[in-house]
Design a binder for this molecule. Structure first.
Ligand code: SF4
Length: 395
């Protein structure tokens, strides 16, 4: 055992987690010694000095003795000790779920990406705001959390703006959109990914889409409850400007209120295949359905063509039928999404006919939806939106 296998430890103990979204769960805490910061309201000054020098194997043994699958590495600032990164990795390799509470003043880039970072960024009121390493925000992923201790409005506005400005300064490298629905005991998402950057989104860089299935309920401050998550790597390396589609299922769930279930989809990768993940885009997955836009049109001889855009889960095929001969859909069938041209043929219209309807029917993956577009012509007295669109329906 070399000196490089040791860490200085203030305490190891078992308790109930009191902070973050893990609050209330049994947790083993490993409090490492030392912190370069001196926050005005620090409540763990006793961790600044002293401690006991323990080998990694001694720490792992103490953690094992406490028999708890959730472990938090905290301080002080735990990451000023280089071996903290090794400790985190070894705990993860042993199957523990590891939280790392850090001030955000030390580069978290080398931290094992399986760890859950809880970043306690410093506000001006702490006296240590200049110690924040803002590049750390780029290492945060959907599984991480950020914490601010505020002492007033100045704290709030300064930190909030810093985060927003930092994020907005980053050009978007990818876009993700999707639809979702319940099928059996899982939530299924139909996802489209587009590479907006100038480099490939590579599977080798762990480019993947996450599905977060959550229940909209009166639980906690966010009023939501994440019920299950799943991820899927992109099916191939995505060139700049290229898009692809995916179908992702959540793991089976039980005991949920299915009427309140919804999904988020998130696109992420690790820019150089190393270090932390970078979340490129997140979006609410819309409930699966078929939508046509616009849903009402006015046409005449001078404008006999108009475009309608059909949107919905990409696994569906559609066909169009018109209830009058003088409105033609081109193409008359295809896949979703698609732009469809409607053409008005005045020579086929009977004098008293002033309105026609095109019905789009789509099926796929055990789904069935219908939506209509109403076309009005001169002399009909039709007012936009006066006729109600038939609702889209599912099986
Ligand atoms: S970073 Fe944490 S441990 Fe260090 S001084 Fe601030 S509150 Fe105390």
């Amino acid at each position: 055992m070399t000196d490089q296998d040791h860490l200085r430890v203030t305490e190891i103990f078992h308790s109930i987690q009191g902070e973050s979204t893990w609050a209330g769960l049994p947790c083993t805490f490993v409090r490492l010694t030392g912190c370069p910061l001196r926050c005005r309201w620090c409540d763990t000054e006793y961790s600044f000095h002293g401690g006991e020098k323990l080998s990694l194997s001694e720490i792992l043994q103490e953690v094992e003795d406490l028999r708890c699958e959730l472990v938090e590495i905290t301080g002080g600032e735990p990451l000023i000790q280089k071996n903290a990164f090794r400790l985190v990795k070894e705990l993860l390799d042993l199957g523990y779920r590891v939280l790392v509470e850090t001030s955000g003043a030390v580069d978290v880039g080398p931290l094992d990406s399986r760890a859950h970072k809880i970043m306690d960024l410093k506000c001006p009121g702490s006296g240590e705001v200049d110690e924040n390493l803002w590049s750390n925000l780029g290492h945060l992923t959907a599984r991480d959390e950020v914490k601010f201790v505020l002492s007033g409005r100045v704290d709030f506005e300064r930190v909030y703006r810093s985060m927003i400005d930092d994020e907005l300064a980053r050009p978007a490298r990818g876009a993700v959109t999707g639809y979702c629905r319940r099928t059996g005991s899982v939530m299924r998402a139909y996802v489209e990914v587009l590479n907006l950057g100038d480099t490939y989104l590579e599977v080798g860089n762990d480019a993947a889409v996450w599905l977060v299935a959550y229940e909209n309920n009166s639980i906690g401050h966010s009023m939501t409850w994440v019920r299950s998550t799943a991820f899927q790597f992109l099916p191939f390396d995505l060139a700049p400007g290229e898009s692809t589609t995916m179908v992702i299922d959540s793991p089976p769930m039980s005991g949920v209120d299915w009427n309140r279930m919804a999904c988020l989809v998130m696109l992420e990768d690790r820019p150089n295949g190393l270090g932390a993940y970078d979340m490129l885009q997140a979006a609410e997955a819309l409930p699966a359905g078929l939508a046509a836009a616009p849903s009402t049109l006015e046409m005449d001889r001078r404008g006999p063509k108009a475009e309608v855009f059909l949107a919905g889960p990409h696994v569906m095929s559609w066909s169009a039928t018109s209830d009058v001969p003088w409105i033609e859909a081109t193409p008359s069938s295809g896949e979703v999404p698609m732009a469809v041209t409607l053409t008005y043929h005045p020579e086929l219209r009977a004098p008293l006919e002033t309105e026609g309807t095109v019905t789009f029917s789509a099926t796929g993956d055990d789904m069935s939806f219908e939506t209509t577009v109403v076309v009005a012509v001169p002399g009909s007295g039709h007012r936009r939106g006066a006729r109600r669109q038939a609702p889209s329906r599912s099986p």
